[in-house]
Design a protein around this ligand. Structure first.
Ligand code: SF4
Length: 444
């Protein structure tokens, strides 16, 4: 078979990263080989994200860049995949004739078919919500990801319909993959060399799969993965407070491989705003989860997402969010000013004053960053366990992560890649820890 180059550019979340890997696993059957040279590909895929502001315009901007790269060469087959593709569908083909294929996140198992049809000069758009067929199809496509830290999608879509969010429209209703299908893929990833698996889902802790009258939950998957001796660490993301059930919370008391770091979005510290957002949980629900987990293990740390300046947010609501951050010292969080997503309920609401929103974001981030820097500083002159992922390009340094997922950059040796090593932390900044390899020292 004649080989051809494919370049895949991924935007957004870990689920898109996972999808890009699976798109690649699929197209290898057509002779495509992944290239890192974006100016020399026969097929160019943009795997897009709709979460951030002006997502659609960013995609057209990217296509403009690709056009320039290929100005004097044969044009690549241009594929737009992911959530923007789902939201915009045939509009994209009409607006930008450079695009050949538009494919939604629940239809990318059909990419080979579309690429073959493209040879007959047919412009294609495929945005069906066909999640079951997609995962059935990928049952027979080996996951070739050979990273030390691998992603594994177990659940997709969302039924919660927060008023600001496009996910229920771009990824469709909640769907949980069959338990055995996930385990088979996890075994493949472990065979490929994965030492850490992050289970993914838009509402990962809503995972629920029924077979022979038994319901399998996220806690069952974690318990099962815990049995693989080659696997060192288990993580999951992203969770919803309403699905943080006791069976999952109890995993933290019995499963050492489950990392003590919980990313649990709350969005606001005000019950009034949470109701306006249709979040279906209160601040008190969240604090209860926090307390339960801290009771199990004081070392567990939290991170969260915050939307600042949601329509209707008052000074008092904002102060409630500040108070929550004073109570729960999130060690790492995402915070953004509200920006409307077309088609969502909140896109029709009146925005609050721009300068007020900016000022509030500044205050929130000062607090969040202060906690983050303080936590990182607390590691200085201690020894931490680091799972070594790779050697850094151009630098004679190694990259890994501690149990709280903080990047650790250190002087090490090649043999340590894929192992958990002890690193003495000498320095830190807001985002990373820096140190050198220590042998035979007790980890903090
Ligand atoms: S729970 Fe998460 S994915 Fe679902 S609608 Fe709300 S923000 Fe979006």
């Amino acid at each position: 078979m004649k080989t051809k180059n494919i370049f895949i550019k991924t935007f957004g979340c870990q689920m898109n990263e996972y999808d890009s890997q699976r798109i690649y696993d699929n197209v290898t059957n057509l002779g495509f080989i992944k290239t890192s040279d974006q100016a020399n590909a026969e097929c160019y895929v943009l795997n897009t994200c709709h979460i951030r502001d002006k997502a659609k315009e960013k995609v057209y901007h990217e296509i403009g860049r690709v056009k320039k790269l290929y100005r004097d060469k044969k044009k690549p087959i241009m594929v737009v995949a992911g959530c923007v593709a789902q939201a915009e569908n045939e509009e994209m083909l009409k607006r930008e004739p450079y695009i050949d294929i538009v494919i939604g996140p629940q239809a990318y198992h059909k990419i080979n078919e579309l690429l073959k049809q493209h040879e007959s000069n047919i412009k294609q758009e495929e945005i069906e919500f066909d999640t079951i067929s997609k995962f059935r199809h990928f049952d027979n496509v080996k996951n070739n990801n050979n990273k030390i830290s691998a992603f594994l999608t177990i659940q997709e879509g969302c039924d919660k319909f927060c008023h600001f969010c496009v996910v229920p429209y771009t990824r469709g209703p909640e769907y949980s993959r069959p338990f055995n299908q996930i385990i088979t893929e996890a075994e493949q990833l472990i065979k490929n060399g994965a030492k850490e698996i992050t289970l993914l889902g838009q509402n990962v802790n809503a995972y629920s799969y029924r077979e022979n009258l038994k319901e399998f939950r996220l806690s069952d998957l974690i318990n099962h993965l815990n049995q693989y001796s080659e696997l060192e660490r288990i993580r999951y993301t992203t969770s919803h407070p309403r699905d943080m059930t006791d069976d999952l919370i109890n995993c933290y008391s019995s499963i050492q491989k489950l990392m003590p770091f919980v990313h649990l979005p709350i969005q606001s510290g005000s019950d009034r705003v949470l109701e306006l957002m249709n979040r279906k949980h209160t601040v008190d629900d969240y604090i209860k989860i926090y307390k339960k987990l801290k009771k199990i293990n004081r070392e567990i740390e939290f991170s969260s997402d915050f939307i600042i300046g949601y329509p209707g947010e008052t000074t008092k609501d904002f102060e409630d969010t500040l108070n929550l951050i004073n109570k729960i010292k999130f060690i790492n969080s995402f915070s953004f000013i509200f920006s409307p997503r077309p088609g969502t309920r909140s896109s029709k609401l009146e925005m609050i004053d721009k300068n007020t929103a900016k000022e509030r974001l500044k205050l929130i981030q000062e607090k969040l960053f202060y906690n983050q820097i303080k936590k990182n500083k607390s590691f200085e002159n201690t020894v931490v366990d680091v799972l070594v992922e790779n050697k850094m390009e151009k630098q004679n340094k190694f990259f890994g992560r501690n149990k709280y997922i903080s990047p650790v950059i250190f002087d090490g040796i090649d043999e340590n890649i894929g192992k958990i090593v002890k690193v003495k932390i000498e320095n830190s900044n807001q985002n990373s820890l820096f140190g050198s390899l220590k042998k035979k020292m007790k980890a903090a």
